[in-house]
Design a binder for this molecule. Structure first.
Ligand code: GDP
Length: 451
């Protein structure tokens, strides 16, 4: 089995994370460092793979008495065997000297590392997560093990980094592939979710895509359906419909609760997905609920394809398309250029356009902009509009780099860069979108002040 080791200084939440990933309360957790723990290993199921999960917290108390000694001794043998190390920091505490010390040591071990900013519930984790870039262990992933936030992302990131099946537990030293680890586009099927309001035609669409009547559809909201996960195939390979919870319905509930359910079901589904098809009943236009779901997609950093269903029943197609596009562009400025596909799930007309558009959106979401081209572009942007004055002094913006893809995430370095006003950020993000052809995907811009 692939070995995944949870490491980090005491009290950053290693055992809580361990319990979360194992799915049972296997280790004892407490709020004081160094509590005795009876277990340190368990098997865990992560995205269909079984891994051996090791919690180094369980080894701590046997170790020498200094903090560094404890961290080192508890982790050394575990890390040596690891296919992946989950290095945890406490986002509320920020980066401590012990974290930095441990990071330096960990980099020398040459095992793949995923950096985790734990205790990032709510907004407060963002700053420490940024700070964590300085550890040189790649892009930090913000989670809250205790509150269960970011875990689906985490499982995906872990699964993406595991050695291919049947090749686990590598022999010999495959040296320090630490940096750039997050760049890699995972193998395996594209993960797709179909979401939308009740009666938008999601089930009908799914049946169309599957080419068989696997699910029941009907005009009356109130049919009970089970969630299903299914595989589709197109010319480019498999596509997994990750979670069709949005297609589930409870019998006999009123319309308002049904609407609410469609949003919460969408959240579940889109967290599992890479690409999200937001399905609308085009005869009804864009609803506030649709925008709400789209904003969730943006917030979760997924890419979105807008599907205008029931196109057969639309009378003035040109006007409808225009009205919907206008509404989307004005209400969802953060996701300009969302690809739009119109079809009739009922008759099948136009449905064949959907998957190619999904594939293209997925490519955009995975895109990497070369650093040279990025900075040549950045310089022209600075020339065209000088960075603003803040507190009477002009901000000095120095350079940019793309930290990761999925979604495209850029870091902007400069003196007091963290003070860059929103409108200048928007100017840069819109410029990135146009110049590097990144329609429809969320784009993240992180600001990093330098001295
Ligand atoms: P879901 O709640 O989003 O899964 O929606 P369903 O797939 O159950 O569809 C709701 C209703 O809309 C059903 O009566 C479908 O037959 C109908 N419907 C779905 N797609 C289309 C379409 O493309 N055109 C028309 N005219 N009706 C459709």
């Amino acid at each position: 089995l692939p070995v995944v080791v949870i490491a980090g200084r005491p009290n950053v939440g290693k055992s809580t994370l361990f319990n979360r990933l194992v799915g049972r309360r296997q280790a004892l957790v407490a709020d004081t460092p160094g509590v005795t723990r009876d277990r340190k290993e368990a098997e865990a199921q992560l995205r269909g793979r079984t891994v051996r999960l090791v919690d180094t917290a369980g080894l701590e108390e046997a170790a020498p008495d200094t903090l560094y000694g404890r961290m080192r001794a508890s982790s050394e043998s575990a890390v040596a065997q690891a296919d992946l190390v989950l290095f945890c920091i406490d986002a509320r505490a920020g980066i401590t000297p012990a974290d930095s010390h441990f990071a330096v040591w960990l980099r020398r071990q040459g095992r793949p590392v995923l950096l985790i900013a734990n205790k990032s519930e709510g907004r407060q984790g963002a700053a420490a997560a940024m700070e964590a870039y300085a550890l040189g262990l790649g892009t930090p992933l913000a989670i809250s093990a205790e509150h269960g936030e970011g875990l689906s992302d985490l499982m995906g990131e872990i699964a993406d980094r595991l050695p291919p099946e049947a090749e686990a537990a590598p022999s010999g030293d495959e040296a320090g592939d630490v940096e750039g680890e997050e760049d890699e586009r995972p193998a395996g099927p594209l993960r797709l979710a179909i979401v939308g309001r009740p009666n938008a035609g999601k089930s009908t669409l799914l049946n169309r895509l599957l080419g068989e009547e696997r699910m029941i559809t009907g005009p009356e909201p109130g049919l009970t359906r089970d969630s299903v996960t299914v595989m589709l195939h197109d010319a480019q390979g498999p596509i997994q419909l990750v979670d069709t919870a949005g297609l589930r319905r409870k019998a006999r509930i009123d319309d308002a609760s049904l609407e609410k359910m469609s949003v919460s079901a969408s959240i579940e589904a889109l967290k599992m997905a890479e690409v999200v098809v937001l399905t609308l009943d085009a005869t009804l236009g864009v609803h506030e609920q649709d925008l709400q779901i789209a904003r969730l997609i943006e917030r979760e950093g997924r890419c979105c394809v807008l599907a205008l269903n029931k196109w057969d029943a639309v009378e003035d197609r040109i006007a409808t398309r225009q009205a919907i596009s206008d509404r989307i562009e004005t209400s969802l400025a953060q996701m300009r250029g969302i690809p739009v596909v119109s079809f009739s799930a009922l008759t099948g007309a136009g449905v064949q356009k959907l998957l190619p558009v999904v594939r293209r959106a997925h490519d955009v979401w995975n895109r990497r902009v070369p650093t040279g081209a990025l900075n040549r572009w950045f310089e022209t942007m600075l020339e065209r509009h000088s960075p603003p004055l803040v507190g009477g002094r002009r901000l000095k913006l120095r350079y940019m780099t793309q930290a990761k893809a999925r979604p495209p995430t850029f870091i902007l370095f400069g003196t007091r860069a963290e003070l860059l006003p929103e409108d200048y950020q928007r100017y840069l993000v819109n410029g990135l979108r146009e110049t590097f052809d990144l329609p429809g995907t969320p784009i993240r811009l992180l600001l990093r002040g330098t001295r």
